[in-house]
Each structure stands twice: as structure tokens, then as C-alpha cells.
Design a protein around this ligand. Structure first.
Ligand code: NAP
Length: 544
């Protein structure tokens, strides 16, 4: 860990770079900067490494990506040493993996924990960033790299009386480190997104009574998790190169390759045959390996939705409840598909109740429970699985100021503007890994993160080789990128639906309208564009 005296050195380059966040991106970025011979300090709000896998400790939390496609690809030693035990590895194991990486590459010695960054200001004269944490620690560096994640700011619902409840209550992303016992207790879960859908079957196993408050049903699909036996893991190790190559060639970095046919061009029998096959297979195939028109053509999408609805009706005994669980305001895959293990079966249990908030909205949280329009239900524990201030939220929580003290919050007030999702005009030497309009926002994260980190590292290497110290995109480059983002994304049906993909969050003032937060042209196109910029001598950047 860096000493304070060392860090408060008056010279700008106490460090070449400060990295905010010690999750999957921050850890790899630190490793790459060291390779470049640069000094870097990672500032992390938590008490350990892991980011997403440090914070999200709720029971049931696990990868929705095949474990062996999620791990880092950049160290053959690491690939050889680590064995994934489950196809979709659970959170405790994922955190152990990241801790193993931190140990193996001795990453912690350049990390400062318990260090939530509150402000970062660019000093034009010195060409350096002044960074400050909640506990008053200050550090200066030439480059500032944010590795703060797209889903790292949990949001509680805007409900009257939320502070009045006398029992324990927490957001899934602030799950306590000690075990939470559900046995015999009356438990409320608010929300039915990907988090809740992982959590609910675990709570339902032992809860005395579980009440699920659903505002909008989602189209969920079976995960089909299972063990990875020794022989299979050994085989995976011989195929890593091929696996990562496949991931890097697909739209969102998964090993699921889309079917080249269109749903509307094949017979009903052929359509259902593919859907039955994908439904029975592990992972995101049903979303990512589907017919190529399902996520872009409303008619094809409606047929797919019909198929998914039939699966829900098969699994839920009470057909009135099944109908409540079937989405009616958006088609299959136009919001993030929650991957589930016995989720629908939970609603067949006697100790589980579904409250449809479209019929009986929540009026208030009370001292002892939750009151909806049809009365009050008492609870011992309330769990908020109500999502995040996605993509831009973590940036808005830091007072980031660029040239002339201009605030990033103001620059992005009408929606984010970036170049490649990695840099912003007026904010020289600030690099935003997994930033808005970056392919990493819609991706098997590590596959896109590695691309981001490698690209930024190459640029920093280029600056160094050429005796340069400042990189900033032009306004024109940002405009062009913004247009590419919008035009290439428009065809995707999800851009017409409210969800975190489109930046809508009813719990946050000013986030009622859709904004374009993601990059929906896919990883291969993104990579091609980013490589083109390099080939054209960092076209769109002013380097000096
Ligand atoms: P989310 O998808 O945004 O879901 C939040 C849920 O809370 C929604 O059902 C929402 O209803 C409900 N909600 C919010 N405010 C409410 C209110 N005031 N009253 C009632 N209900 C309210 O959040 P999430 O489930 O945490 O998932 C976020 C993202 O994290 C996922 O899409 C995924 O990308 C990622 N994630 C990944 C994994 C994984 O990879 N293994 C696991 C979990 C999550 P509405 O739909 O009506 O707004």
C-alpha cells in the first residue's frame, strides 16, 4: 500500500496514473501499467479487490457467463492454474478467483482500500489530475483512469416511509458480509430483475413466508448450471485460445454464436425446434444464439415471446399467477434476460406470494412492514433488489472537473458524450473504462474490459514513446462517435424499451427519459473502430 507522504508529493507525477476501482478492470489496468513501467495507484471504496464480486454477496449471485469465458485471458500461467468448478461460478468463488489474481500478481501493494473517490480535478498548467477521497487523502497523477463499473451505484426505491422500517433492510448490492438466516422469517423482496431472479429461489428455500413485489415481469430463461468435472476442465484448458477467439468474434463477447437464419424465414416447426434446443442448453444461448432477427424485428420477437410465455405457463401451476409473470409491455430479450434456476417453480410453493404492483401499488413502508393499496403485510426483513444508477451513475457521484473547472455532470446533463466510450473532450488524460457508449456496457464484461484496457495501455505507451503527455479527443470526434452509436443502435428493439439499458430509472429524478447509454453495434465492430483510430494515427485525438 502506498504511504500517504509518498502520495501527497507536490510533483504532479507522484504517480503516472491513478486508477479508480479494484474490480476486474482496475486490476488488469494496474497490471498493464506496471508492464509499461508506469507507476500507478488504485483507489478502491471497498476493503478488498473484486468490484462487482466484492459487493454483490447476496445468496444465488453467480456468473451468467460461462465461467471459463469470464476469467482473464492474458496470463497462460493463470489459465493453467485456475480450475473453474461450476459452469456458472458463484460469487464466493468469483471473489476467491479475483483475490487469487491479486495475490499472484502482487496487485495489492499499489492499492489503497476504504478509499471512495469524491473529487478529481484537472490542473491545466501542470497537466495533472488532483484526486481526493472521502477520508481526505489526496494524490496527483498525469493520467486518471476510471474503472468504476457500469452497475456499481445501488439505488433504493422512492417509497414513502422507507426509513421507518424497524427491522433489517438492505439493497442486494450492500448485502452483509455475515450470513443472513431466512429460516422461518417473513421476508419481502422488491424487484424482479436479474438480481432478484437469482436471489428469490434461495430465499424461498427456508423463508417462513416470502412476498415478492413485482412491478414489471421480465422474460427469464433457465441457466442450467452444473459442475465442471476434472476431465472437462482439463479439456477447456487445451481450448482456451479457441474459446476466447470465439468470444471476441461475437456480438457481446459470449461463446454463443447467433443462428444465421431468420425466424421469419423458417417453418413454425424449425423455429420451435431451435428454441426448444436453446432453452434446454446452458447460458445465454436463448438470447445470443437465437435467430438473427429476434432482437431487431418485432414480428420475429413476438413469436419468440410467445414461445417463452408457453414455458412460463408450463412451469407455474396457477395460471392466474403465470399470466402475472408474463411480460406484456416488452418483448423477449429487449431487456436484460435474467437467468434463473427454479425461479418460476418458486411460485408453486405455499410459502411464496406474488404481489403485482400494477394492480396493488406500494403506498408506504411502515415501521413493521409494507402497505400496498390492498392492505399492510408485516415483515421481519425487507430486501431491495431495485437495481442501479446505471453506467453514468458512478461518474455523477464523483465531482469530476476538466479544463477550466468544467463539471462532467453538467457536460453530460443531457446524456453522455464520449469518443469510443473512453475519452471526453475537455477532460484530457481521463480514460473511462466501461464508460458510456463503450462496447463493454453490453458485453461478457472481461472480454470487453481486456480490449478497453489494452487499447488505453497502447495509447499511453504511444504517448511515452513519442515524448507526449496529453491525450484528448476533439469535439468533432465525439459528435461522430455519438452519431455512430445512435445510428448503429437504433435497429435494436431494446432501444425502444424502458430499462437500465436505456437509462430509465423511476427512482432517480431526471432519469425518466430514455438516454443512449450503451453501445449496440457489438464487440467486433467496436474493436474494428478502435483499431482503425490507432491505424489512422489516433484519428480524432489531439495528442501533445
Ligand atoms: P434491475 O434489472 O434494474 O431490476 C430492478 C428491479 O427493481 C426491477 O424489477 C424494477 O422494476 C424494480 N424496482 C425498481 N424500483 C422499484 C420501485 N420503486 N417499486 C417497485 N419495484 C421497483 O436491477 P438488477 O436486478 O439488480 O439487475 C441490474 C443488472 O445487473 C442486470 O440487468 C445485469 O446486467 C446485472 N446483473 C448481472 C448478474 C450476472 O451477471 N450474474 C446478476 C445480477 C445482475 P421495473 O422493471 O418496473 O423498473
Amino acid at each position: 500500500m502506498a504511504s500517504e507522504d509518498e502520495a501527497i508529493d507536490e510533483a504532479c507525477n507522484s504517480y503516472d496514473a491513478v486508477i479508480i476501482g479494484a474490480g476486474v478492470s482496475g486490476m488488469y489496468q494496474l497490471h498493464r501499467l506496471r508492464e509499461l513501467g508506469m507507476t500507478a495507484l488504485v483507489l478502491e471504496a471497498g476493503t478488498g479487490v473484486g468490484g462487482t464480486w466484492y459487493w454483490n454477496r447476496y445468496p444465488g449471485a453467480r456468473f451468467d457467463s460461462e465461467s471459463y469465458t469470464y476469467g482473464y485471458s492474458w496470463s497462460s500461467e493463470l489459465l493453467a492454474e485456475w480450475d473453474w468448478k461450476e459452469r456458472f461460478s458463484p460469487q464466493p468463488e468469483n471473489l476467491r478467483y479475483l483475490e487469487f489474481v491479486a495475490d499472484k500478481f502482487d496487485l495489492r501493494r499499489d492499492m489503497r482500500f476504504d478509499s471512495r473517490v469524491t473529487a478529481a480535478a484537472y490542473d491545466e498548467e501542470q497537466n495533472c489530475w488532483n484526486v481526493e477521497t472521502e477520508d481526505g487523502f489526496r494524490v496527483r497523477a498525469t493520467f486518471l483512469i476510471t474503472a468504476i463499473g457500469a452497475l456499481s451505484v445501488p439505488v433504493l426505491p422512492k417509497i414513502d416511509g422507507i426509513d421507518d422500517f424497524r427491522g433489517p433492510s438492505f439493497h442486494t448490492s450492500h448485502w452483509p458480509k455475515e450470513e443472513v438466516d431466512f429460516t422461518g422469517r417473513r421476508i419481502a423482496v422488491i424487484g424482479t430483475g436479474a438480481t432478484a431472479v437469482q436471489l428469490i429461489p434461495e430465499v424461498a428455500k427456508t423463508a417462513g413466508h416470502l412476498t415478492i413485489f413485482q412491478r414489471t415481469p421480465n422474460w427469464c430463461a433457465p441457466l442450467h448450471n452444473g459442475p465442471i468435472e476434472r476431465a472437462e476442465m482439463d479439456d477447456i484448458k487445451t481450448r482456451y485460445e479457441e474459446i476466447f477467439e470465439t468470444c471476441n468474434s461475437t456480438f457481446a463477447g459470449f461463446e454463443h454464436v447467433p443462428d444465421r437464419r431468420k425466424a421469419l424465414e423458417v417453418s413454425h416447426e424449425d423455429r420451435w425446434a431451435l428454441w426448444e434446443k436453446l432453452w434446454a442448453e446452458p447460458g445465454f444461448g436463448i438470447w445470443m444464439a437465437n435467430f438473427r432477427d429476434v432482437l431487431v424485428n418485432e414480428e420475429a420477437n413476438a413469436l419468440m415471446s410467445e414461445f417463452a410465455a408457453s414455458k412460463i405457463r408450463e412451469r407455474v401451476h396457477d395460471q392466474a399467477i403465470a399470466e402475472k409473470l408474463i411480460p406484456t409491455n416488452h418483448g423477449f430479450g429487449t431487456r436484460r434476460v435474467p437467468m434463473e434456476t427454479n425461479y418460476y417453480e418458486v411460485y408453486n410453493q405455499d410459502n411464496v406470494e406474488l404481489v403485482d404492483l400494477r394492480e396493488t401499488p406500494i403506498e408506504a413502508v411502515t415501521e413493521t412492514g409494507i402497505r400496498t393499496s390492498d392492505g399492510e403485510r408485516p415483515f421481519d426483513l425487507i430486501i431491495y433488489a431495485t437495481g442501479f444508477d446505471a453506467v453514468t451513475g458512478a461518474f455523477e457521484r464523483i465531482d469530476i472537473r476538466g479544463v477550466d473547472g468544467v463539471e462532467l455532470r453538467n457536460v453530460w446533463a443531457d446524456g453522455p458524450r464520449t469518443y469510443l466510450g473512453l475519452q471526453i473532450a475537455g477532460f484530457p488524460n481521463l480514460f473511462t473504462l466501461v464508460g458510456p457508449n463503450n462496447a463493454a456496457t453490453f458485453c461478457n464484461m472481461p472480454r470487453c474490459i481486456e480490449q478497453n484496457v489494452d487499447w488505453v495501455t497502447d495509447l499511453l505507451g504511444h504517448l511515452r514513446e513519442n515524448g507526449l503527455t496529453r491525450a484528448e479527443p476533439t469535439e468533432q470526434a465525439m459528435d461522430d462517435w455519438g452519431e455512430h452509436v445512435v445510428t448503429s443502435g437504433e435497429r435494436m428493439l431494446f432501444t425502444k424499451v424502458n430499462s437500465w439499458f436505456t437509462g430509465v430509472n423511476t427512482n432517480i429524478e431526471g432519469h425518466e427519459q430514455r438516454r443512449f447509454l450503451l453501445y449496440a453495434a457489438g464487440l467486433p465492430t467496436y474493436r474494428e473502430k478502435a483499431d482503425e483510430v490507432v491505424a489512422n494515427r489516433y484519428h480524432g485525438f489531439a495528442l501533445s
